[in-house]
Ligand binder design. Structure first.
Ligand SMILES: [Zn+2]
Length: 276
């Protein structure tokens, strides 16, 4: 990765976020992992639409500034970015913004979790809402942490949206997909109905994830309204446990992430209690 090009790419992504109205004022932040212990991150207190390459701040993976122009500080949301990188070795870029339609869903407490669009089912799965936490404090990464292990796209209650990607443009395009999905979902709901994709089609679409090298499990609720729960229920097909008449079990997000966390630890050969 050419660091000069990456700085220019961050400028370009900032411009697109601002042009599309995904940020107002100095909202939003962008980072790229440029080495195992180095991050290139947008500076605090600037409009993302009018950045220059020299504004970017280099930090280590604890958020300490390694290189910055005079007077520049790293984004105040760097803790959320660092948390995502810690949990996801496959993630090399993080984009956070406040796109109005998806943030509207986050304010209303309505997750974007219905299987209605094929490309969203394949690329992002369901988009959950992390519970509200004060921006720029350690409470924010803590609220998002349960979701980043399994999702590349998360809504932040009463705040905005977060997208993770294998590279900068992958993360940015996921932010576009989140907002596009929110616009289509809102339109369908205003029209009075959403026709959900059937379970078999959702399974087929999710199986395509391997082909595209998508790492996060990103589960989908076929019809969360059936479960009658406020938080999204995740259907896991074919699980090797006592099952209902459809051969499926239902888990909440926290149960699912615990299961996945356990499985990852077992694969890594690390006992759960020795992890920080
Ligand atoms: Zn924000």
């Amino acid at each position: 990765m050419d660091p000069v090009q990456l700085r220019q790419d961050i400028v370009e992504v900032g411009k697109r976020l601002w042009t599309r109205g995904y940020v107002a004022s100095n909202d939003g932040n962008i980072s790229v992992r440029i080495a195992s212990d180095r991050l290139l991150v947008t500076p605090a207190s600037v409009s993302k639409g009018f950045m220059t390459p020299d504004m970017m701040v280099v930090t280590d993976m604890d958020g300490r500034v390694v290189e910055a122009a005079a007077g520049r500080k790293a984004s105040s949301e760097i803790l959320m970015h660092l948390m995502a990188y810690r949990h996801r070795p496959d993630v090399h870029a993080v984009v956070h913004a406040h796109p109005p339609l998806s943030t509207g869903f986050a304010v209303a407490g309505v997750p974007l979790d219905r299987a209605v669009l094929a490309e969203v089912v394949t690329t992002l799965g369901a988009i959950p809402i992390a519970e509200y936490a004060t921006p720029s404090t350690p409470a924010l990464p803590a609220s998002v942490e349960p979701y980043v292990r399994t999702h590349d796209a998360v809504l932040l209650a009463n705040h905005g949206a977060l997208a993770l990607g294998a590279d900068l443009f992958a993360a940015y395009y996921k932010m576009e997909t989140i907002e596009h999905f929110a616009r289509i979902s809102l339109t369908a709901r205003l029209l009075g109905r959403e026709q959900l994709l059937p379970r078999e089609e959702v399974d087929r679409l999710q199986q395509l994830r391997d082909r595209y090298g998508i790492a996060s499990p990103a589960p989908v609720c076929v019809d969360p309204s059936v479960a009658g729960e406020a938080d999204c229920q995740v259907v896991v097909a074919g699980a090797d446990v006592p099952v209902g008449n459809r051969g499926e079990i239902q888990l909440t997000y926290s149960q699912l992430t615990t299961l996945i966390d356990e499985a990852v630890r077992q694969l890594a050969g690390t006992p759960a209690h020795s992890r920080g």
